[in-house]
Design a protein around this ligand. Structure first.
Ligand SMILES: *Cc1c(COP(=O)(O)O)cnc(C)c1O
Length: 402
């Protein structure tokens, strides 16, 4: 009996892709084995993080890197490092900023549930721009002068959420940041693939970039990583590591933390609650290496075939029209978009999702378009063994009285 059955939990079929609430994508055997090998002996976490920093920096072109518990905690640590820098007195006070600079400028278009992670470090968000395109009230996006106008002595960072078609461009915003010596913090959690994005944001002038380790990279689901300027990563490390150390015997790994830059040893910082295990650090490094070597490229033809077979099968159903999803890059995973005409199909996209969730195995699909009458299917968890199960469950749920 598997561990899920033992716990009384039914395994699900995840056709929603990298969703955290569904446990994210499955890890490769190489990653699982590396984690299991790391579990067999103890190691210093700061030394593992220094090793991770070397690997991440060689893969991304950034000065340094750091493994975090998800991109969300990378954003909290990044913000904490922009607020405190290498000042251990300020580290000790966070999240209380006590009248000190704590403002992070962000475009209204970039607000989301994830900005809670920035506020958690003690920052106050200052919004700029409008959201007039979405409101149907105008043609313009947020412009660089609006960010520039908002910079004051209380500004500690500008936050930017990366994505295709983002405005202003990251490089234009990086110019503003450089002129005012304000760090530019980028949330790129889900922007992989393409692999080129691992280097692009740093090359465009970002000071810190947060990526998710548990999305398409297929690292341990709870991981993420922060890349960027060495001094900012040093601050993040100092506010994250377990610092139950004695000053007399504390020898942190050079490169990650330069002991001589500090007059003393801070106590556990604001990031201590986001700890990362040795198994997770190792798993993330191995997954990131595999991802950069393009191990997923070999899977794309198989995924395209799965998607086409699913699309053909569900397209037969009355009131259903299936098509392949849009691509932003050659390295994108294929998807299927399934349009449901409620009058012809006799049910809404919401009805279909409820039926998919309640059958055996329960099936979960992408739900972003339900209100517009479509659902999306991501093949990340499909293989030759469960493809037919997926097709059967989908076609059954799409026929209202089946
Ligand atoms: C997924 C996501 C996050 C959070 O990433 P985790 O690794 O799950 O913490 C943050 N920002 C954006 C834009 C995301 O898509």
């Amino acid at each position: 009996m598997g561990i899920y059955e033992e716990l009384g939990i039914e395994p699900i079929l995840n056709l929603a892709g990298t969703a955290t609430k569904l446990g994210g994508p499955l890890m490769s055997q190489e990653v699982v084995q590396a984690m299991s090998s790391a579990a067999a002996s103890s190691a210093r976490i700061d030394e593992l993080q220094a090793a991770a920093s070397r690997v991440i920096s060689s893969l991304t072109g950034a000065e340094a890197g750091y493994v975090t518990s998800g991109a969300a905690s990378a954003l909290t640590l990044a913000t904490a490092s922009c607020i405190a820098g290498l000042d251990i007195g300020k580290m000790e006070q966070l999240p209380d900023t006590m009248g000190r600079p704590n403002e992070v400028i962000i475009s209204r278009e970039h607000r989301s549930g994830y900005d809670h992670a920035i506020r958690a470090a003690g920052a106050r968000l200052v919004e700029v721009g409008m959201n007039e395109q979405l409101a149907g009230a105008g043609a313009r996006r947020t412009e660089t002068w609006e960010y520039e106008e908002a910079i004051t002595p209380k500004t500690v960072a500008i936050a930017y959420v990366a994505g295709p078609g983002g405005r202003p461009s990251l490089s234009a915003l990086a110019d503003v940041c450089r002129r005012h010596s304000v760090p530019l913090l980028v949330d790129a959690a889900g922007q992989l693939p393409p692999r080129s994005n691992l280097t692009a944001y740093i090359a465009d002038g970002a000071d810190l970039v947060a990526f998710s380790g548990g999305k398409a990279i297929r690292g341990p689901q709870g991981t993420g990583f922060l890349v960027g300027r060495r001094d900012l990563i040093m601050s993040a490390a100092l506010q994250h590591l377990d610092l139950d150390e004695l000053w007399e015997t504390w020898i942190p790994p050079r490169g990650l933390i330069d002991r001589e830059r500090f007059a003393g040893l801070p106590r556990h910082g604001i990031g201590r609650g986001f700890k990362v295990s040795k198994e997770e650090i190792v798993g993330l490094i191995v997954a990131l290496r595999e991802f950069m070597q393009g191990s997923f490229l070999g899977l794309l033809p198989k995924y395209r075939d799965y998607c086409q077979r699913i699309a053909r099968a569900v397209d037969e159903v009355t009131g259903i029209r299936a098509e392949m999803g849009l691509f932003h890059s050659e390295e994108d995973f294929p998807t299927v978009v399934v349009h449901i005409d409620p009058l012809e199909a006799g049910q809404s996209a919401f009805d279909v999702v409820r039926r998919l969730r309640s059958g055996t195995p329960a099936v979960y699909v992408g739900e972003k378009g339900l209100a517009e009458g479509y659902l999306t299917i991501n093949p990340l968890d499909l293989d030759d063994d469960n493809l037919q199960v997926a097709i059967d469950r989908l076609t059954m749920a799409l026929v209202p009285d089946a």
